[in-house]
Design a protein around this ligand. Structure first.
Ligand code: OSB
Ligand code: MG
Length: 371
């Protein structure tokens, strides 16, 4: 296929319930939808799920927009590719900016599979018709508010709940949630907020007694040595998120024993192509994986669902139904979950339609063709 046209659409959606991590609070998301059109007029959509601010990753909505328009799209437009995995090599000189690259990669996969009449999940190597979704819950003003949020999502049937933690909001909320939900599949995510010092290590070790499925990203992204030392000292598996941007990061983490579980985020790793390769590497190392979310809109979340149908995704993914996040979504139909089970689309490409009227009305866009 030859990618002839590209359009970027900046879309802002308010969150139903604002979300706080160890580093920041957000009440809306501002993602960039990527539309690629080939020489035969077929189209594919991807999503650049950068944050508005550089608090999870260095990327932001603005930096991703800049890199996509100035570097990635010009490198891709007008080139003939036989397979979406070739797209990354076309802009291979660009360092970092994986969120932007992920949106382009995803659109190329969506386009290629749609042309072939093949579901995205099957093309990626998916083997499951349904995937299990968990929910990720932010830091709440009080523990009672948190307990109410957990109850709501348990009542909706989600079988796994992840709690954001931060120094000062850790042992106590986890202890109370565990006491109220003794059998729940529960895990915590620190987004790198803990230091390799005695006070923080004591807290992390104290979390070991709650039967958590994992402690996600306790230390800063590059702090793999403290992560390996913690993993050696506790029974709870350590899961890596921000520490693994590339396949080389993953090889290093595995060699060091810096964890035992991998959160694969399509955005963080630069696209579906690398996400599948990370899945393969983790499987060879005996690390179970799951697909993390960036509060994606329907386009990115459908891609996450397709990815989660691969065999190594044995833990629930952050692919909650659209109504967990937003009043309305950018795809039709929106994603639904039945007691936490999401059906993998079987139609060609993403298997859902993008609500183009809504996306076109949503705001800023830029159109590019071959120079
Ligand atoms: O660490 O997984 C994370 C959202 C923003 C930044 C970081 C993270 C998250 C989430 C969202 O946990 C999960 C979801 O999309 O449901
Ligand atoms: Mg995380």
């Amino acid at each position: 296929m030859k990618i002839d046209q590209a359009t970027l659409h900046r879309v802002r959606l308010p969150l139903k319930h604002s979300f706080q991590t160890s580093s920041h609070r957000k009440a809306h998301l501002e993602h960039v939808l990527v539309r690629l059109v080939d020489a035969d007029g077929a189209e594919g959509w991807g999503e650049i799920a950068s944050g508005s601010d550089p608090y999870y990753a260095p990327d932001t909505t603005d930096t991703s927009w800049l890199i996509a328009t100035r570097y990635l799209l010009p490198a891709v437009l007008g080139h003939e590719v036989d397979h979406p995995s070739e797209v990354a090599a076309l802009h291979g000189k660009v360092r970092g900016h994986r969120f932007a690259a992920a949106g382009v990669d995803m659109a190329a996969w969506a386009l290629w599979t749609r042309r072939r009449g093949e579901p995205l999940a099957r093309a990626l190597g998916g083997v499951r018709d349904t995937v299990v979704a968990g929910v990720s819950l932010g830091i709440e003003p009080t523990i009672d508010d948190l307990l109410a949020q957990v109850q709501r999502h348990v009542d909706a049937g989600y079988p796994r709940v992840k709690l954001k933690i931060a120094p000062g909001w850790d042992v106590e909320p986890v202890e109370q949630v565990r006491a109220a939900f003794p059998d729940l599949d529960l895990h915590v995510d620190a987004n790198g907020a803990y230091l390799d010092d005695p006070d923080h290590l004591a807290v992390l070790r104290a979390l070991d007694r709650f039967g958590l499925t994992m402690i996600e990203q306790p230390f800063a992204p590059r702090a793999l040595l403290p992560s390996a030392a913690l993993q050696a000292a506790i029974d709870t598996p350590v899961c890596l998120d921000e520490s693994v941007d590339t396949l080389d990061d993953l090889r290093t983490a595995i060699a060091l024993g810096a964890g035992r579980v991998l959160n694969i985020k399509v955005s963080r790793m630069g696209g579906l192509t690398t996400a599948v390769a990370a899945h393969d590497l983790a499987r060879d190392a005996g690390w179970p994986v799951w697909c993390g979310g960036m509060h994606e809109f329907g386009v990115g979340r459908i891609a996450n669902v397709a990815l989660s149908s691969l065999p190594g995704f044995t833990l629930p993914s952050d692919v909650s139904a659209s109504d967990k996040y937003y009043e309305r979504d950018v795809v039709v139909p929106p994603l639904t979950a039945d007691r936490g089970v999401v059906t993998v689309p079987t139609g060609p490409g993403l298997g859902v339609e993008v609500d183009t009227d809504f996306v076109l009305a949503a705001g800023e866009q830029t159109f590019r063709t071959r120079a």
